[in-house]
Design a protein around this ligand. Structure first.
Ligand code: DGY
Length: 322
């Protein structure tokens, strides 16, 4: 019997391809950049499965171009790039990579927070630029992290893992989510549920970990920045459009907030005009899950999602609506 045909839309870890190879006839766009939309639409025509990335929009246009498609597996935990109801209506199952990138993403959130608060990038530039003239009591002064208040927006797996690490810095932890966590979890993480505005007013570090949907788009806007402390930092390793990036640039430039650590952008890979010149922002290119181990685990899980859907014809434990 002929093997199901799948399209892999980007270079991925070898472990992912090794898992797929015995089961599928693979067309691989083995490049470092996103597959052009036109080519994507053409390539899915005869495919049963699709292993895609967050840079590929899976919408009704794509579904119409892929009459045989039965499974979409995204190499990401986020799936805001996929029209899940449209897939469901067409009987296409959708899987993602939950859980395996929680800890690495939480680690990187802290890397951004620490780098922003302690001006690590400016210090690095100072050394490389030959500008260090010897120890100076007032040089590149940052902000304390220990003992401060961390506000976590979105208290899912990653938000909780970020909150857990705050104990090591003796921080007070506030969180906001649409649903309150169980009391046992709150006390294990020493986290207090508060309304969003209170979190914004009281936190020294506001860290975003919510999903992107209609309710969270531009959740952090001019109004939100005006509520934050002038000494506060915004950290975003979730999704760019949760933050109104123009408003963030205004807040950073007018000292409405002290700084930011960003891994994601509203119009990736572009940045809002003016952001690149904000010295008080630490900017990373969507790296939060970028460790060898995590990307390998994501690849294995993404491949398993396709195998579940197309070979085992079983409901995958990684289904997004499981
Ligand atoms: C995801 O998985 O959604 C991240 O943004 C990339 O790791």
């Amino acid at each position: 019997m002929a093997k199901p045909k799948v399209l892999v839309t980007r270079r991925v870890p070898q472990e992912c391809l090794d898992l797929l190879k015995p089961h599928f006839e693979i067309e691989h766009y083995n490049k470092q950049t996103a597959i052009p939309r036109k080519l994507l639409l053409k390539s899915v025509k005869d495919k049963d499965g699709l292993l895609c990335l967050l840079t590929d929009k899976i919408d009704s246009e794509l579904l119409a171009a892929a009459p045989r498609l039965k499974a979409v597996s995204t190499f990401s935990v986020g799936y805001d790039h996929i029209d899940v109801p449209a897939c469901k209506a067409r009987g296409v199952c959708v899987t993602n990579t939950p859980g395996v990138l929680t800890e690495s993403t939480a680690d990187f959130t802290w890397a951004l927070l620490m780098a922003a608060a302690r001006r690590v990038v400016e210090g690095d530039a100072c050394m490389r630029g030959g500008k260090y003239k010897g120890w100076d009591p007032l040089m590149l002064l940052g902000t304390d992290v220990f003992g401060k208040t961390l506000g976590v927006i979105g208290f899912g797996r990653i938000g909780q893992a970020v909150a857990k690490r705050a104990a090591g810095f003796s921080m007070r932890v506030l969180y906001y989510d649409t649903r309150r966590a169980a009391p046992a979890l709150e006390s294990a993480l020493n986290a207090k549920f508060v309304p969003l505005d209170d979190l914004l007013r009281e936190s020294d570090y506001v860290s975003v970990h919510t999903v992107l949907d209609a309710g969270t788009r531009h959740l952090l806007d001019d109004r939100a920045f005006s509520l934050m402390k002038k000494s506060a930092y915004l950290i975003n390793a979730a999704r760019g459009p949760i933050v109104d990036e123009g408003a963030l640039v205004r807040a950073l430039k007018s000292d409405k907030i002290r700084g930011a650590g960003l891994d994601v952008y509203e119009r990736e890979p572009k940045m809002a005009p003016g952001l690149a010149s904000c010295k008080n922002a630490v900017l990373a290119p969507h790296l939060a899950s970028a460790t060898l181990e995590t990307r390998m685990r994501m690849g294995v899980m993404a491949a398993s999602g396709l195998i579940d859907g197309l070979v085992c014809k079983a409901r995958s434990p990684y289904s997004v609506d499981a």
